[in-house]
Design a protein around this ligand. Structure first.
Ligand code: PMP
Length: 407
């Protein structure tokens, strides 16, 4: 399969970009929903920054400071064009969790947002902030009941129609525990028709699918660099400019101010208003390098490749006796499963110790989703750009061995 636009690079070439596979040639890395591996260009960007570009941003006028500021603001343009937003709509954060906390806190301070509605299947990062801040600021918190791993569209429509406006609806574009894809267009249409704003937790979606912020109509979008071949500790909150302008800041400190008086302060324009203190400069520049790397791949081929791996995984795993698949048939990039007798941690540990197959086991920071499925934890295999058909086959063979071993 051709992976790079206009070149003859193959999946093998893509794998060679990732030094971890040279370090561990047997590694079958299927824990990409937790974090992805990093290509050489991203690692080089981090080292180059600290070696020869290191300075703070937005402050001094010396040469290094100007260079660092230029790289940091260029990163904002790159991330904006990656999701088709305006650069001033991109707020750099430490990742999805911080983006969502920032947003939930700032929206809580706006009086007329009276309710926060969140599906039960959410990652705790997109559930607990809304739940906790609603209770602290006297808002209504509405957990949206789910059916298995899906939104129940009937109860969604009913709840949204009955809401006092304006309200907030926050949901993952792609859930991390089962790989369920939210019907985003339909959700946005319904929420907007009823006077609400839509927050999409894009931690899993953005690494996997081309997303057009402007065209989608979504109001806010959060995502993390480390799940899209970038470094940890970097991410973004993207918001419609007119909405970001209305939000009060989350953190106070250096570089987010306009003018400070003894008893009052006015704030910088967006996005600086939300970026107090020294940001993760190297990480953010490397985040943009990660986006460039993904842009250099043929998006349609990559998406199709991951879809093929996921569906092959469904096929192989559904043939294993006693295994229960806890992902929708058309899940994207993620397959969750349990076995009727063997605990997920035992399966995951066996796979790693004996075969160097890395999968995640646990509740995937989605305890309420686990409860709905009637389990405490699952094993989860998740795929990304460098995974191969052989990886899926190693997983299936490894599970069979584990089941034999545990009798
Ligand atoms: N939301 C979803 C859907 C996720 O998968 C994750 C990470 N597992 C998060 C939020 C939190 O992301 P981060 O840890 O990068 O802040």
């Amino acid at each position: 399969m051709q992976y790079f636009k206009g070149s003859h690079a193959t999946l093998r070439d893509v794998r060679e970009d990732f030094p971890i596979f040279r370090e561990y040639p047997r590694l079958v890395y299927l824990d990409n929903a937790a974090t992805t591996q990093k290509p050489e260009v991203v690692l080089d960007t981090l080292i180059r920054f600290y070696k020869s570009e290191n300075s703070n941003v937005h402050r001094a006028v010396h040469r290094l400071a100007e260079r660092a500021t230029h790289l940091y603001e260029t990163a904002r343009h790159t991330i904006a064009s990656f999701i088709n937003s305006r650069p001033e709509e991109v707020v750099f954060t430490r990742g999805t969790t911080e983006s969502l906390n920032l947003l939930a806190y700032s929206l809580s301070l706006i009086e007329n947002y009276s309710a926060f509605i969140v599906p039960e299947f959410e990652h705790h990062s997109n559930f607990v902030p809304w739940q906790q801040l609603a209770s602290r600021f006297g808002k209504e918190f509405v957990p949206l009941e789910i059916r298995g791993f899906e939104i129940d569209m009937e109860s969604f429509e009913r709840i949204i129609h009955g809401q006092k406006r304006p309200f907030v609806f926050a949901a993952s574009g792609l859930t991390n525990s089962t790989g369920y894809r939210l019907p985003i267009d339909q959700v946005i249409r319904t929420v907007h028709k009823n006077g609400g704003v839509v927050v999409i937790d894009g931690a899993q979606l953005i690494p996997h699918e081309p997303f057009d912020f402007k065209q989608s109509g979504v109001d806010f979008l959060a995502f993390s660099a480390h799940k899209m071949v970038g470094p940890t500790g970097a991410g973004a909150l993207v918001g419609k400019k007119e909405l970001l302008e209305k939000l009060p800041p989350f953190n106070f400190g250096g570089e987010m101010i306009d003018r400070v008086e003894l008893h009052d302060t006015t704030f910088a324009p967006v996005p600086q208003k939300f970026e107090a203190g020294t940001p993760n400069i190297a990480g953010t520049i490397a985040f943009a390098e990660a986006a460039e790397y993904l842009l250099s791949l043929d998006k349609a081929n990559v998406s199709q490749h991951i879809r093929m791996l996921t569906s092959y995984c469904h096929e192989l795993l559904s043939g294993i006796e006693g295994l229960r698949l806890l992902s929708p048939q058309d899940s994207h990039g993620i397959v969750s499963f349990t076995h009727e007798r063997v605990h997920p941690h035992d399966v995951a540990e066996f796979l790693s110790r004996n075969l160097d197959v890395a999968v995640r086991s646990g509740h995937h920071c989605a305890q309420l989703q686990m409860r709905r499925l009637g389990v405490k934890s699952t094993c989860r295999a998740s795929f990304y750009v460098y995974n191969t058909v052989e990886d899926v086959e190693s997983l299936a063979a490894g599970i069979k061995q584990a089941l034999r071993w545990f009798g």
